[in-house]
Design a protein around this ligand. Structure first.
Ligand code: TYD
Ligand code: MG
Length: 457
């Protein structure tokens, strides 16, 4: 009897190799090769290319100018923020990957779509939950529609059969890691299965014009589990981020073939599902009195919309030899860099202090414009001073302690003014900021010592 053949796949990029290798030659990652049984003939690469040749034979080249744009049909999915992220609604025949950590709200968001648009004929396939569980969730979400069918199934072929029979307006698959194809021997969630299932669902989407939403799990290092190839073949990648203990979640568009990326939507997990936060600055509702020390408000621009976030800091003398440095929602290495700048360029003695930093609302920010608010919060806590809550900050801090300009300063100033801030501190190199704004005082600052003179008078 012939020995069963196996091949090695890279879990990071999906590269195939006949033998084990410590380092994937395609993507250069270490220790990512896993052994998988070799695919059977009927779904092998050569088999598939034959199939494509056979079915694709009626395709002819078209002149670019003859292609009509009206073929891109979009429809709203009832959630204004998600529509915006998708670039103005769901495109027919598109495939969307919705990724996120367990418990962040992927299934909830996906179920809210058919519950919100009663006219949308939806097939919701779940390989994780039973129809009863989904019904209970739907009741909790408070909507019911006769147009949403639930299928608890994990075999891809059955899912496709049902989808073809029902021809829904939208197919949701929860999750890509739980479904498997009979054509392959390997188990659900393995690289070859995820690749195969996604490719077959993509073909279904393109052939029938049905949009497909795939839910995908995220591994610990923050990438969508399964091969990177998943991100290549889908049209849109939306990723849920945030602290699952906190109420606020960020939905980011990482890739979008039909609109812009680097868009961001904020959601709040409530007792009755996810609520769209149309004005993200509402996270800023003050939860304390005016005169607490160690708090500064940053103007954050993540995606294309500015919003305000509260940065909290606690600086205390280190009780043990080694000072502790911890940051929630902010890069701790960046915080260490800011501490070094404050020490070396402005003479503040922080080396023997414990420093804790927290971005309120459980959000994670990576806008460099937060630097200034972080530095102000740390200094305010160190000297036990309070910064008026009517002040806000938007500047990057350079290694020599200078305040560097940030993008879109006009929009940040406009947002701060709209929210009733009295002063916004920006870099004096932000030339656009030199326009006077009625209703808000724009304070240009050159460096950290100048900032301290202005803020901690
Ligand atoms: P879920 O959507 O199942 O997360 P995922 O599919 O990403 O794993 O739900 C996430 C959490 O949200 C779960 O712990 C329960 C909570 N939740 C609410 O707080 N309110 C609600 O209305 C629902 C449906 C869930
Ligand atoms: Mg789920």
């Amino acid at each position: 009897m012939a020995k069963e053949r196996t091949v090695w796949y890279c879990t990071s990029c999906g590269n195939e190799s006949p033998k084990w290798m410590g380092r994937c030659p395609a993507c250069g990652e270490w220790n990512t090769m896993v052994e998988e049984p070799k695919r059977e003939k009927k779904s092998s690469a050569s088999g598939r290319s034959r199939a494509i040749l056979a079915t694709g034979s009626d395709a002819r080249p078209q002149l670019l100018e003859d292609i009509s744009l009206s073929s891109e049909n979009r429809f709203s999915i009832g959630l204004q923020e998600v529509d915006r992220l998708l670039g103005g609604g769901l495109v027919e025949g598109s495939m969307i990957l919705l990724g996120g950590e367990p418990g962040i709200g992927k299934s909830t968001l996906a179920l809210q779509i058919p519950l919100g648009v009663a006219s949308l004929k939806t097939l919701y396939v779940s390989g994780e939950e039973s129809p009863r569980q989904i019904k209970m969730r739907a009741q909790r979400l408070g909507g019911e529609t006769s147009n949403c069918s639930i299928l608890s199934e994990t075999i891809l072929e059955n899912i496709l059969d049902q989808a073809v029979g029902m021809s829904p307006d939208l197919l949701i698959v929860d999750s890509i890691q739980t479904i498997y194809s009979d054509a392959l021997d390997s188990s659900a969630g393995s690289v070859s299965q995820v690749k195969e299932c996604a490719a077959r669902l993509l073909r279904y989407a393109k052939e029938t014009g049905t949009p497909v939403i795939l839910i995908g799990h995220i591994t610990k290092d923050g990438t969508i589990a399964g091969p990177k190839v998943l991100e290549h073949i889908v049209d849109v990648v939306l990723q849920f981020e945030g602290d699952t203990r906190g109420a606020y979640r960020l939905l980011r568009s990482i890739k979008n073939r039909f609109g812009s990326t680097s868009e961001l939507a904020v959601f709040e997990m409530t007792g009755t599902g996810l609520r769209e936060v149309l004005n993200p600055s509402e996270i800023l509702i003050p939860m304390h009195q005016d005169d607490l020390s160690g708090i500064a408000i940053a103007s954050v621009m993540d995606g294309t919309r500015p919003f305000m976030l509260e940065i909290q800091s606690l600086v205390s003398t280190a009780a043990y030899g080694m000072p502790q440095r911890n940051a929630n929602g902010f890069d701790v290495r960046r915080m260490n860099m800011l501490l070094a700048v404050l020490e070396k360029r402005a003479g503040f003695k922080l080396a023997a202090k414990d420093v804790f930093l927290n971005v309120a609302g459980g959000l994670r920010v990576n806008d460099p414009a937060c630097d200034l608010a972080v530095a102000v919060a740390i200094l305010a806590s160190n000297f036990d001073l309070s910064v008026p809550l009517s002040n806000c900050f938007a500047a990057e801090i350079g290694l020599s302690g200078e305040l560097r300009p940030v993008s879109q300063i006009q929009r940040r100033i406009a947002e701060a003014r709209k929210l009733g801030f009295k002063k916004i501190f920006i870099s004096s190199f932000n030339r656009e900021g030199s326009f006077s704004k009625s209703g808000i005082e724009v304070v240009p600052v050159a460096d950290i010592p100048a900032l301290c003179r202005l803020v901690f008078k």
